[in-house]
Design a protein around this ligand. Structure first.
Ligand code: CNA
Length: 329
């Protein structure tokens, strides 16, 4: 279903024309664009991470990503991290369409809440990506902030003496990847880049996010009123529910289905199919080495991200990661 109950097909045809005429696309995305890669989202009933955490004995599901809980009990996070660690998953059709947008200079920015680095693995350059909730690309001690190389972190995750908990060689504090937990500040790049971008969003595609984690969730409501906003989700969320605008397009589809349909309207379907085929062949050729090789790429990415990691700003009530109905409040 498209805007105001009209046909999505037609809406996307019109949108495709305006993109091809030079209107650049800014994406705002979440876990739903990566579920088809095999990474569960947080909140989908039955398949989401939160509904599958019983085995971790958490006091409440979000505790697995809560910095105070982590300081006391890091095991829960590392059990999950072992399953979700980047390198095991390939980007999705949605990510590869974004790569084509980059190559055709139709991409303005990707604001992502995801920590899976699939945007980077799809070949999107650092300058286009804002990882609002950080990523697994670098790691620090939560006590003394000393950095730990990813190779050492992985060794610690396998170390039985340490019970799989990466531990700082300097102060014995726990080390965690630089993904933003509830109660931690977002990377400064998020705020700086958004200040520069917010008035320049021509087409906003909001995809695979429940729009429940703030401050990220407020971005789609901050774009100008003449921006065309598109929601891609299984159901209506956030501003598209409570504050719908006349020009909004609501695509209640799977992210990959949307990518396929939009690529078709843009005349890029063949290119998308070919790109995906090439990437699949590359992965298949690597055979058993797939995991190591994708990890190597993640390590390269770590260097790019390192420059940003020093820039974490001190937590305050306005810029720390907050859920809509925060369990801390
Ligand atoms: P969420 O709250 O789990 O919401 C996901 C949303 O995506 C839901 O509204 C679903 O309906 C929707 N959805 C699920 N599958 C699809 C699909 N195939 N096509 C379209 N829509 C779909 O996740 P959010 O990203 O909104 O929450 C923010 C959290 C999730 C961030 O802090 C992330 O770090 C965190 N997270 C990230 C990953 C990842 O990196 N892949 C995985 C799980 C959680």
């Amino acid at each position: 279903m498209g805007k105001n109950g009209t046909n999505l097909d037609k809406d996307l045809e019109i949108l495709a024309k305006s993109v091809l005429s030079g209107k650049k696309v800014t994406f705002f995305q979440g876990a739903g664009v990566s579920t088809s890669a095999g990474i569960p989202d947080f909140r989908s009933p039955e398949t989401g991470i939160y509904s599958n955490l019983a085995r971790l004995n958490l006091p409440y599901p979000e505790a697995v990503f809560d910095i105070d809980y982590f300081r006391e009990n890091p095991k829960a996070f590392y059990t999950l991290a072992d399953e979700l660690y980047p390198g095991k998953f390939m980007p999705t059709k949605f990510h590869f369409l974004q790569k084509i947008f980059q190559d055709k200079k139709l991409l303005h920015r990707i604001y992502t809440q995801n920590i899976d680095t699939l945007e980077r693995l799809a070949g999107i350059e650092d300058k286009y990506i804002v990882e609002a909730h950080g990523s697994f690309a670098a790691n620090h001690c939560v006590e003394c902030r000393a950095q730990m190389e990813t190779s050492l972190l992985k060794e610690h995750m396998k170390n039985e003496e340490l019970e799989g908990i990466p531990t700082c060689p300097h102060c014995k504090g726990y080390v965690k990847p630089d993904i933003v937990f509830f109660g931690e500040a977002l990377p400064i790049k998020f705020f700086d880049q958004w200040e520069k971008d917010m008035d320049d969003v021509e087409v906003a595609i909001v995809a695979g996010t429940s729009l429940t984690v703030y401050p990220f969730a407020s971005l789609p409501s901050e774009v100008k009123h003449n921006t065309t906003r598109v929601l891609v989700n299984k159901y209506k969320v956030g501003d598209f529910n409570s504050n719908k605008r006349k020009k909004d397009i609501v695509a209640l589809t799977e992210a990959d289905q949307f990518a396929e349909l939009f690529a078709e309207k843009l005349g890029m379907k063949k290119e998308l199919d070919e790109l995906i085929l090439r990437e699949h062949k590359k992965y298949a050729k690597k055979g058993g080495k797939e995991k190591e090789n994708t990890d190597e790429k993640a390590a390269k990415v770590a260097k790019e991200v390192r420059a940003e990691e020093k820039e974490h700003i001190p937590p305050s009530r306005n810029n720390t990661n907050q859920e809509l109905s925060n369990h801390d409040e």
